[in-house]
Design a protein around this ligand. Structure first.
Ligand code: SF4
Length: 113
């Protein structure tokens, strides 16, 4: 499997081979790339960026404060869609604590009532 490392702007092209759980990584320039490639082949993760509804119907921009498992995205989005946030909201404020695996959903904008 060939992937592009997105851990920094260098964008190294990495080749990952999974031989029955024995993972070989080549093409990475640093250890971060090796870890990224190993995670991509075993359990890929992404920071989720989306919006959550506020009590008055406005939308609040949010993101997770750490990457979450890609396979959990749908379940997490369903959880987010059931919530409405109380205003005002400040950048960096936790709007859903422990969304998944102790990862929080935080506001990426200020929004007044
Ligand atoms: S392997 Fe290292 S240097 Fe290359 S893109 Fe990934 S983080 Fe950057």
């Amino acid at each position: 499997m060939k992937i592009t490392c997105v851990e920094c702007p260098m964008g190294c092209e990495i080749e990952v081979v999974n031989n029955n759980g024995d993972i070989t990584v080549t093409g990475n320039t640093c250890p971060r790339g090796k870890l990224y490639a190993e995670n991509e082949i075993t359990c890929p993760r992404r920071v989720l960026t989306t919006s959550v509804r506020a009590e008055n119907g406005k939308m609040v921009s949010v993101k997770t404060d750490a990457p979450i498992k890609k396979q959990e995205m749908l379940e997490v989005m369903q959880k987010i869609n059931r919530v409405s946030v109380k205003l005002p909201v400040k950048i960096g404020q936790v709007v859903i604590k422990d969304l998944t695996e102790s990862i929080n959903l935080i506001a990426t904008c200020n929004l007044e009532d």
